[in-house]
Design a protein around this ligand. Structure first.
Ligand code: IVH
Length: 678
């Protein structure tokens, strides 16, 4: 038994050293931070339970990684420690209790709460107000000299503002990259065929630890400062908040998110608020940090080998986890778009079980060189579909084969064609392809389209497989006894479904257009089309020039629309649908349907209209009728405004319109145009 524990300890130390090296020296970690924390946590626990195996050079007693040999070493005059981690509320209560016991107080302790930035820690040494040295954290007592590179990041902050700086002042902070900057950088790297970074932290660390400072200068790096190191004689701050204000007064950035909180409750409340902010925030935060504010208490609490006792980091739920790819499948969408999907061994990421992740496209598969059987890091952030971040190649099973992207649609065998510089793959089978057929029927029946309640994926799949439905028109030919034969379909649900199908016959023109699944035509475009062409025939017969007149419609959409209606098959299905009773309320005075579409354009169609003053009809009604007529209703007058509708007691907008020479309409004229000319 003793041996196995010792073996486990040795194994953990070796693993931790390896991952430390990849993270701190290579800026290329293989596993998510949370997995690393788990390894370290397990080792700490085993060493506490079995002190006979403790060793002074165990990674539990060290900070970070050995400085790389490429930069000259720098000794830190005040060590740069790490932070203890908490993963649950109980650990925050424990921390607060320990602090109160050690400083011997009963009242709530004042803490400074800050975001935990996910970047690279640096120490900036200023002498007489000038930057003389910048260093990474390294192993906590010795870091790397990155002065030249930091000058590129700090720009005019290499000189402290104000005249009150002490002779020696060390300021510590985190260098990071915002999510947007990271996406842009990775995009550029990808296009140039260069290394793509796994996340903003690695991009920041990799950019800062460049041998050529010009490369660092070209990267969008930022810094937030959060602590002091060495401070020469003179009046040093007495609270952490004061030191942050001091740093700010020298012109260095401190986050606006710092706050003073009280006791464990205050800490937890701050955590909840920041967690809510996380997904919409411009840069990555991997948790929050609490620091005892009073400096005398900080001194009294002191440090362990790795971290101060007066601070703790409360980590957010991990957005990344490791798992294994069981298979790579190819999915065919409604318009034939082909997406590779990784089927995963289910894994918990940020509190949700994930078993599928998108692989985006063929070039993403090539870039990652992802293979069936691989161990991978999956990421699930916010509402975004889970994706594969990287492959843990050191765990690749022997014989894992490179994934061969298919040349033919796996559903119908039609050829795959490429669009968008060869990135987007599409099945060329159209509605001949069973997958496209099923997807387009599901779309047709969906809530925002024809809203056939109960017509879900499984039922549509069965209907198509059994040959009961071939086109969307066939849905309206189904009866209850046919439906009742399907799997898991009782008489009652069959008759409910028939009712839902029947109810969906009464719809609106825009829903119907949207339901057709014309490429590029979403709900908004469908509304604009319905508002412009009151009559379906006019829309079907419209040419590209007429379509381009419609608000929000450009050349791509108009081409898509004409191509769709140009297909005899599509026209036939539409005709059948109308014969089967699909209908919608016609606008009061529609022009005869077979007139050229241009003639049916409403005088407000495509125009920008501004309302001012009180109208006899409700403002919302006026707006919605204008929108129906194809107008855009704007809030303020500009040179792009076509009409201003002036009610009683008009505001300054009427005046502005006159100045700009924009046509104004009084209410009766406006209603006249709406009702009689449309
Ligand atoms: S204070 C002695 N405050 O987290 C305390 N560190 O896991 C020194 N970090 O090495 C750190 N945000 O790189 C502090 N608001 C913050 C931080 C922060 C991120 C980093 C820092 C540190 C690491 C420890």
């Amino acid at each position: 038994m003793g041996n196995t524990i010792r073996d486990r300890i040795l194994f953990l130390r070796e693993q931790i050293e390896y991952h430390n090296y990849r993270y701190h020296v290579l800026d290329d970690p293989e596993i998510p931070d949370r997995d690393f924390d788990q390894l370290l946590g397990e080792l700490e626990k085993l060493e506490t339970q079995h002190p006979q195996f403790t060793e002074s050079d165990s990674p539990t007693r060290k900070v970070g990684g050995t400085p790389a040999r490429t930069f000259s070493p720098v000794a830190h005059s005040v060590p740069m420690k790490s932070l203890a981690n908490a993963f649950g509320e109980e650990e925050i209560h424990d921390f607060d209790r320990r602090v109160r016991d050690l400083v011997d107080t009963t009242g709530p302790v004042e803490y400074i709460a800050e975001p935990k930035f996910d970047g690279l820690a640096v120490s900036l040494r200023y002498e007489k107000g000038w930057l003389v040295q910048a260093a990474t954290r390294g192993d906590g007592s010795r870091g790397e000299n990155i002065t030249q590179n930091m000058r590129a990041v700090l720009k005019d902050m290499t000189r402290l503002e104000g005249r009150l700086a002490p002779d020696v002042l060390e300021i510590r902070g985190e260098v990071f990259m915002t999510q947007d900057d990271f996406d842009r950088l990775n995009g550029a790297q990808k296009r140039a065929g260069k290394k793509v970074f796994a996340n903003p932290r690695n991009a920041a660390a990799g950019s800062l630890r460049q041998l050529d400072p010009a490369v660092t200068a070209s990267r969008p790096l930022r810094i937030y400062c959060y602590a002091l190191g060495e401070v020469s004689s003179g009046k040093a701050p007495e609270s952490h908040m004061e030191s942050l204000e001091w740093i700010r007064s020298f012109g260095l950035p401190v986050t606006e998110l710092v706050e003073t909180v009280h006791g464990a409750e205050g800490c937890l409340e701050y955590y909840t608020r920041l967690l809510d902010l996380r997904d919409s925030h411009p840069f990555e935060m991997d948790g929050v940090v609490y620091k005892v504010s009073r400096m005398d208490w900080q001194r009294q609490l002191g440090h362990t080998a790795r971290a101060p006792r007066w601070a703790i980091a409360y980590k957010f739920p991990a957005q990344e986890a490791t798992t294994r790819i069981e298979a790579i499948d190819i999915q065919v969408g409604r318009t034939g778009a082909i997406t590779p999907v990784a089927r995963l061994e289910p894994v918990l990421v940020g509190g949700v079980t994930v078993s599928n992740a998108t692989l985006h496209n063929r070039s993403e598969i090539q870039r990652l060189d992802v293979r069936e059987g691989d161990s991978v890091v999956v990421r699930r952030a916010g509402d975004v579909i889970p994706e594969i971040v990287s492959v843990i190649t050191s765990r690749r099973p022997a014989g894992a084969k490179t994934f061969a992207f298919p040349e033919h649609c796996p559903e119908c065998g039609s050829g795959i064609v490429y669009e968008g510089e060869g990135i987007i793959a599409r099945c060329s089978g159209g509605l001949y392809c069973r997958a496209q057929k099923i997807r387009s029927i599901i779309h047709f029946a969906s809530k925002r389209a024809m809203d056939i309640d109960g017509m879900g994926e499984k039922i549509v799949e069965q209907l198509v497989s059994e040959g009961l439905v071939d086109t969307v028109a066939d849905l309206y030919r189904l009866d209850a006894s046919t439906l009742a034969q399907l799997d898991r379909m009782a008489d009652k649900s069959a008759s409910n479904l028939v009712d839902a199908i029947s109810r969906s016959r009464n719809t609106t023109m825009s829903r119907f257009i949207y339901a057709l699944g014309i490429p590029q035509v979403g709900e908004t475009t469908a509304e604009a089309l319905a508002g412009t062409f009151f009559d379906l025939d006019a829309l079907i017969n419209a040419d590209e020039e007429q379509l381009i007149e419609v608000p929000d419609v450009g050349p791509v959409v108009s081409r898509g629309v004409t191509a769709f209606f140009g297909q005899p098959h599509n026209r036939e299905v539409i005709e059948q649908l109308l014969e089967l009773g699909i209908q919608w309320p016609k606008p009061a005075k529609a022009m005869p349907g077979n007139q050229a579409a241009m003639d049916t354009l409403h005088p407000f169609s495509g125009k920008t209209v501004v309302l001012t003053g009180t109208l006899s009809i409700a403002r919302n009604e006026a707006k919605s009728r204008l929108k129906q007529a194809g107008a855009k209703v704007a809030g303020s007058v500009s040179s792009r405004t076509d009409f201003v509708i002036v009610g009683t007691n008009p505001g300054s907008k009427a005046e502005q319109a006159r100045k700009l020479g924009i046509r104004d309409l009084d209410e009766s004229h406006f209603l006249d145009m709406l009702e009689n000319e449309g």
